[in-house]
Design a protein around this ligand. Sequence first.
Ligand SMILES: [Zn+2]
Length: 666
Amino acid sequence: MTRCTAPLRTLSYDLSRDDGLRTRVLALDGDPGWSVENAGPVFTVVVDGVTITGTSPGLRVEGVTSVRRDDGVVDETTRCRYEEHAADAGDGEYAGDVGAAADGLAVGIDWHVRRYPDLPLVETWVSVTNRGRRAVTVERLDSVGLTIPAGRYELLSYTSAWGREFDGDREPLTAGRSIGTLAGRSSHGMHPWLGLVRDDGAVLCGAVAWSGNWVVRFEEAPETAKPSATEETSEGWKPNEGHNEGYIVTGGLHDQGFAKRLRPGETVDAPPVVLALGSDGDLDTTSIALARAARAYWAPRNALAERLPVEWNHWWTYEDHSVDAATFRANVDVAAELGVEVVTLDAGWFGPADASSAWTDVRGDWDQVNTARFPEGIRALADHAHARGLRFGLWCEIEALGPKATLASRRPDFPATRDGEPLGYVCLANPAAWQWAFETLDRLVREFGTDWIKLDFNLDPGLGCDRTDHGHGPGDGLFEHYRGYYRLLDRIRETHPHVVLENCSSGGLRIDLGIMRHTHLTFLSDPDWPEHGLQLLWGGDDDAAAEPAPALGLLRVARPPSAPDVRPARPRPPTAPARLLSPDRDARGDRLLLWAPEPAGVGAGPAPRAGPGLPGAGPPVRPHRRRAPAHRGAAPVRGGRAVGGRAVRPTGRRRAPRVRVPAAGG
Ligand SMILES: [Zn+2]
């Protein structure tokens, strides 16, 4: 078994700045490229109703700066300026400074290109600065603009719903197609990733690094992108069946519902889009490139996250209605015996002292502990876990606001609303709400001794908050909420660098390369049987699907199999077995098979397989196509017990049989 460390091919991405700003080359070295020279502009923005592209009259390229960071990443910025009166003159000539523009539209548009050494991927985004004397409104900010050559393409994408994340689709690419979501969560509806496979085998993967609404559009390219419309065959010249006009690919932040007002001198940066290239119809190389970029440059790290600890989370066995201090303590004891490393108290711990309260109702009242369930408080549970050598995890939906939470009445300035109706979340664009959120999480870490926070988000904000007393405008509430959320995550990591932040949203409905730059781990999906989780992780749940690795960019999922669902009976009779609902026991080894330190995959080591003699053992895991190296080795399971993964069923839909293992000492 060897780690996959082979060098990847070199990507060329160059711009033409002679006649506006166009893509000159986007290609792997030696391959037919992905750009049509001089066919189209690299960006599209809309300001005050005016569509501005890299080739608009009135646009002037002012210069280029290139900065090499210490880690080798190169940031290149092409500075452009658009003057409305220059456009009116029709000559594209710059007609003076801002003063000359009077009250006309004048904006600076920066096109950013981030290049990563030795990786066949590139990251692009656009920034707009108001250079005029009056406020303007930005209504569209595309971070990708690419005219791709004529040809036959297959479009790969993922639909995504609760318990059905990474459901792969393939379809012939057609002009007019667009993918995206307006749910207000990046991965509800569709996952922010796409693959294009051309009939010559060229592969392009794109991912929008943003947690809110996103879009990618495929439009018919203009005439200039056309190659020959006929081809020579043995029967003479015939219409080229593969012929089309080529496509213009645009997108990034979704323009629908978005409007951001900029005062003179203000700037807005669009979320980046990552493009990775491959060849031979093989998505693996793009997957590997994304995974390497994530490990080297994007993903936050700390010691606990690096270990990929085995976690137990109380939720699916007990939910909120049947968890209490005694139950949690009993599970902690079993978890310690099994070698589990993190025990997480999920929803149900907060709100008023009411054993019948529903967790969804009281989200927001994080300053209250439900002492009907946890009379000794939460710190005592953390101490209990720590005394057994375990780390303590705590669930919190810091953005959410339940309908019965007292927070809404205590702080009526916090809720996000749209057309006056509450949206069910705290608008983190509001500086006061942001400060409250930070102080709340900070306190939960300090007071409770929390080592791990599972940050959930169980609702769709849609187009988001349109209040005008939060510091944002009516059209950029969601945009500024997510920018606030990213800052919050960064601040918590700075303040508590040892604490792991686990991203979750109704399972995996907000997984994207944006949020993954601010959290250590990602919860993949709510259904907790291993077939489901593994199928999502390794193959989508469709044989024809692309793999989620390119979409995830890395393997930092919190499950599977890091969350064995340990359930001792409650109360626990001395002879009752613990029931492991998720992992199976593997009689052969003492390591988590699925996180063996070598890559698991085709031709790269043993695939996980069913343990011998286990009830309901299924067929071997379906070969998955990914060869990217596993990031972290598994921690040896302590206590002489072993927990291993079991086979993935091709459908990935069947609940695993419950597997009994001997109780502690048995
Ligand atoms: Zn707001």
